[in-house]
Design a binder for this molecule. Sequence first.
Ligand code: C2E
Ligand code: CA
Ligand code: CA
Length: 499
Amino acid sequence: MVQKPSASRNIDHLAIASLLTVISLVTILVFAAYRNPATQALVGGAIVGIGSGGLILFRQLRKAARSLIASEATALYAATHDALTQLPNRAMFVEHLGSLPGADRQSASVILCICLDRFRDLGDSLCFVQCDEVVRQAAARIGSLCREDEILARLGDDLFAMRCEVADRAAAETLAGAILTVLAPPCGTSSGPVFVTASIGLSFNISQNRNALEILSEAQTSLSHAIGLGGNRFCFFEVGMDTASKARKSLEIELRRDVAAEALQMVYQPQINAKGIMTGVEALMRWTRPGQDQVSPSVFVPLAEHCGLSSALGLFALKQAFSDSRRWPELTVAVNVSALQIRDELVQTLKILLLQTGANPHQIEIEITEGVLLNEQPETKQTLDNIRKLGFTIALDDFGTGYSSLSYLRRFPIDKIKIDQSFVAQLGKQPESSAIIKAIIEMGAALDLKIIAEGVETAAQAQSLSMLGCSLYQGYLFSRPVEAGAVDGLILQPAKVAA
Ligand code: C2E
Ligand code: CA
Ligand code: CA
């Protein structure tokens, strides 16, 4: 329960008690004067003195009580609200849930746990003030979907909870979708627009007589599930999710341990030119849980980002790829860098790693995705410019899947485009994919960019790509990613690209 201060009530009681004491004293004196007329003048003076003293005391006490009431209200507000967003806090939310009526209600209560995605990492790239601006704006947008009899609370830095009345599951789904939609436009901050997404877990009281705190805990479990699926989505609670969420937690603990111990590996996938000669490799990370199967990087890279491990993981990949690059001075070594790593410190980190490993920056290509360019912050361009000044080149990965804007290619210092494998996979199946690939190749040529197609699995795909004017390829047709020690053998065996 939220404690309600009661000092003002005590002062009120004190004022009334002092008034009663004065009345009693005056009564005693009146009685004494009545019994002894000789003391009447003296008693009269005493009554006037005590009466006015009592009145002053009564007024002072009432004044003190009024100012205390005001400060008590402020203290109560502070104890039950979040100072940044002015939303109810965790204590008030829990109290609110506890006070909900039970089984007799007509509509169902849905509880949503809403977490801003990768907020910890955002906190690394923005200052406190900018983070606060983002939280305030996100809170206001989510709050705009909340009716007066419903409640939105801030439970933690990046965590909100909401209770709403909905007719059924479809209405709850619409509400969760609306939250993702209102959060989609960028938040304006003093350092430019910042994009935030959210993960949402929902649970609702179908049977209408369940404990609200139980429903809250289910919503939290489904939130973990939504986060585990990569964020920017909502998930309803389902039986069995508890187990999945525990499994995810233990995956997170193991990943944390193995990243600290640098117990991951890098593998390298060849990149081939039109003559079948290997010109480069892409460094790809691998993680094998002790005694278990390999975990896909598309699972553990987002997990690392969510639990604040992206810097450590990225540093490991860069360091390993830099040192391995010295084995193959004739090859370009491409390293994936996540959007969260692109910030000022990256330039400094790259400088230190060059010194530590003795790698040649002209041999190393930094692969970024369009997500990096989306925020359009001046710092992003500055960081990319500085990376290039050090001698590195920059490749834009998964091109065609995101916003693929021509203006990005003109504005940002990009050297190479990687045509996403989804277009390559559709070659010969969907006529649009060859038209898209052709357009990308022509655009790249006009901007003097190198073009590489990834995910090349068949000779027919390589043939089509070659005819469309693509002259660099990567894919299982040539080689799967291999350990560093196996790259030398592949360099010596030129591949056959097209018939
Ligand atoms: P990506 O950067 O697009 O990497 C290409 C993915 O395609 C790799 O998957 C690669 O093994 C796979 N691939 C290559 N050729 C073929 C093919 O012919 N057919 C098919 N179906 N797939 C092919 P992988 O290694 O599982 O990596 C998945 C994603 O994980 C990568 O996508 C990248 O986004 C991320 N990742 C991997 N290593 C790192 C890293 O060191 N740092 C960061 N930030 N992300 C990484
Ligand atoms: Ca890549
Ligand atoms: Ca890719």
